[in-house]
Design a protein around this ligand. Structure first.
Ligand code: AMP
Length: 450
């Protein structure tokens, strides 16, 4: 099938051809005709499947086929399409895609997210924005200041809805929905990697007779990725990682840690090993995050160390290597993480450094992806059989899974020269994260802490 057969206009086709896309991906083949027909969509698709173009291309075309609905409140030109995303990185990337795919159409698009000054966003909104890409919190700030008018919205896209809920944005999303025209008076597209009960409830609230779109199961991207597990003691992971980067000559590697503190420390240690490394996570300013990402993409930074949330939606063309320095607590995050490589049909390598504490996490991942990951032994790095498993620490805000108090058994490993001083980063302030708690409780606090 070709893009022409999907009924896309010449302006859109021209942009797609310039991007070098030969044929539509499965999600694009399915979603584009439905969106062009003006129907609501509930699609299960992860990043890496081409879903952004799947909703952006037909959205651009539909907007270009009808005039805007007229003037908005207080002289503000109303927004015609809103794309809501959970993270700043994803918002910025979608904004880039909208600009790229829409370059032969006459739309004004803008992106608003927190962590940066609101004033330039206000001036942009005042001038008029047809397509707005936003994270929920900052969008609500604009709404409360009266600097955005969503009352004439024609198309709503909720991207990565599952992540949005995991990050505790459900109330924000509901508040945004309340600012829009009635469900039946706008087109609604919901994209999510998974469909939990909560997502279905949200879909029931925001979609109008949706068409279901499903592409290959969740772990499909994993098939093109060479995946290996290196069994190694926790205290030797950094040493092994440096060795692998040097020996295998990995030039661009995205490394995942569980905590922000862990990301910082690892980037620092790798720097001491002579590797150019930077950390990217929620505590970094937007400027620092953008700079690290740009340096990584340009090849000046060889190792980018990230937490799950910060890395969510990162689109790095042809990223060859992903390393799980620590396995994620949520098995689905493994699929998201390794999906950063092998994008759009390319192949990639994912390596997981797994210590004894992570045996259960590894089993859960293998159950989810329905395959056993091959183990690799590196001579000199064989795990010490006398080390016993310990509960996994979560940094300041988290807690070990299944251990409500967050306290662990006494560390037998502490005498092994861990660079993690006792108590450092492992303690929790009572009530940390509680400000964001709602019925999703622990899982939400865990995500907030990433
Ligand atoms: P996404 O799932 O939207 O994050 O897209 C993943 C990557 O696939 C991005 O780098 C896109 O530029 C690329 N992409 C999207 N559609 C196509 C296509 N039809 N052919 C080749 N690459 C594509």
């Amino acid at each position: 099938m070709s893009f022409e057969q999907l009924g896309l206009s010449s302006e859109v086709l021209r942009a797609v051809t310039e991007e070098g896309y030969d044929s539509p991906t499965p999600i694009q083949q399915k979603a584009i005709p439905i969106v062009l027909a003006g129907k609501d969509v509930m699609a299960s698709a992860q990043t890496g499947t081409g879903k952004t173009a799947g909703f952006t291309l037909p959205l651009l075309q539909r907007l270009s086929q009808s005039p805007a609905h007229g003037g908005g409140k207080r002289g503000l030109p109303p927004v015609r399409a809103l794309i809501l995303t959970p993270t700043r990185e994803l918002a910025a990337q979608i904004a880039d895609s909208v600009a790229t795919y829409g370059k032969y159409l006459n739309f004004r698009s803008a992106v608003v997210f927190g962590g940066v000054s609101i004033n330039p966003q206000i001036s942009q909104l005042r001038k008029g924005v047809d397509i707005l890409i936003a994270t929920p919190g900052r969008l609500l700030d604009h709404a409360s200041q009266g600097t955005v008018d969503l009352s004439k919205l024609e198309v709503l896209v909720l991207d990565e809805a599952d992540r949005m809920l995991d990050m505790g944005f459900i109330h924000d999303v509901k508040r945004v929905l309340a600012l829009l025209p009635e469900t039946g008076q706008r087109q609604n597209l919901l994209f999510s990697a998974t469909f939990s009960k909560e997502i279905k409830q949200l879909a029931g609230r925001m979609l109008n007779d949706p068409q279901l779109v499903e592409v290959a199961p969740q772990n499909a991207t994993a098939d093109r990725i060479e995946q290996h597990v290196y069994k190694v003691d926790k205290v030797r992971k950094r040493e092994l990682l440096s060795k692998l980067i040097h020996d295998e000559d990995w030039r661009q590697v995205l490394v995942f840690t569980r905590t922000k503190h862990g990301a910082n420390r690892l980037a620092e240690q790798l720097g001491k090993d002579g590797l150019s490394a930077a950390a990217i996570h929620g505590n970094k300013s937007q400027g620092a995050r953008t700079k690290a990402l740009a340096g990584f993409k340009a090849g000046q930074i060889r190792v980018l160390v990230a937490t799950d949330i910060a890395a969510r939606g990162l689109d790095i063309d042809q990223l060859p290597n992903v390393v799980n320095f620590e396995l994620p607590n949520v098995p689905e995050d493994y699929v998201h993480r390794i999906g950063r490589t092998a994008r759009a049909g390319l192949s990639g390598k994912a390596v997981s450094l797994v210590c004894i504490d992570e045996a259960k996490l590894l089993r859960d991942i293998e159950k989810l992806i329905r395959r056993e990951l091959p183990r690799v032994d590196v001579p000199g790095f064989e795990p010490d059989p006398t080390i016993a498993a310990e509960p996994i620490r979560q940094g300041r805000q988290g807690r070990p899974p299944g251990a409500p108090g967050g306290g662990g058994r006494k560390r037998r490993q502490s005498a092994q020269g861990s660079s993690h001083p006792p108590g450092h980063g492992g303690g929790r302030k009572p009530g940390a994260g509680a400000a964001h708690a709602n019925s999703r409780g622990g899982s939400q606090q865990r995500r907030r802490g990433a």
